[in-house]
Design a binder for this molecule. Structure first.
Ligand code: HEC
Length: 112
């Protein structure tokens, strides 16, 4: 019996911190981007199709009305979507994240 108690206590001791760690909200948006760099990235790579404010229709898709999450925007930008080419080879991961964050934060959700 003593052994069982010991093992249960041991499991408890191991599991408790694990549960605390797992229960913490994950901060996926802790990154900070330089707004000027984001604007430049967007203007150089995206604006000629999507317009400076994302309000130019491309195949009836208006970027500023997209209901994609930031991660989905990054995926679309990285791999391309429909007629749009991917930027995997043209932009670094960080640049893709920066421009996707710009689209999400400033073009789609700026009025919120
Ligand atoms: C050559 C023109 C062109 C360029 C440049 C371009 N796009 Fe697009 N983009 C499109 C077209 C066309 C679509 C619609 C694709 C479809 O659904 O068929 C689209 C769709 C998207 C979508 C999906 C939106 C939705 O809700 O379906 C995202 C996100 C997006 N573009 C982001 C970007 C970003 C970020 C850049 C710059 C890095 C960029 N695009 C550059 C033409 C372009």
């Amino acid at each position: 019996m003593k052994k069982v108690k010991f093992i249960i206590t041991l499991i408890g001791l191991v599991m408790f911190p694990l549960l605390i760690i797992a229960g913490c909200p994950r901060h996926i948006n802790e990154r900070t981007f330089d707004k000027e760099v984001q604007v430049l990235l967007y203007q150089r790579n995206c604006a000629h199709c999507h317009g400076n404010r994302g309000d130019v229709g491309t195949d009836s898709v208006y970027l500023n009305e997209s209901d994609m999450s930031e991660e989905q925007i990054a995926d679309a930008t990285r791999y391309g979507v429909g007629m749009m080419p991917g930027y995997e080879d043209k932009l670094t991961d960080e640049e893709i994240e920066a421009v996707s964050n710009y689209v999400y934060e400033f073009l789609i959700h700026s009025s919120r």
